[in-house]
Design a protein around this ligand. Structure first.
Ligand code: SF4
Ligand code: SF4
Length: 57
């Protein structure tokens, strides 16, 4: 999963919905732990501004 940092408004909503706890809001940067993310696509659907993009292989 990929974050468009110029679009993300740091609402933090996606952090709470990730079942893998792969998302972390660190000050003003949304971080994705690639080792935890399983590309389930939940956060991609959830983000209200479309800042997340799946990278399903
Ligand atoms: S795609 Fe799924 S596992 Fe990966 S960060 Fe988003 S919600 Fe978490
Ligand atoms: S839900 Fe979207 S706008 Fe909100 S923190 Fe996550 S990526 Fe950023």
């Amino acid at each position: 999963m990929k974050v468009s940092h110029d679009i993300c408004c740091y609402c933090g909503g996606c952090v709470g919905i990730c079942p893998q706890n792969a998302l972390e809001l660190d000050e003003r940067v949304l971080k994705v732990d690639k080792n935890k993310c399983v590309e389930c696509g939940l956060c991609v659907k959830f983000c209200p501004v479309g800042a997340l993009e799946g990278e399903r292989k």
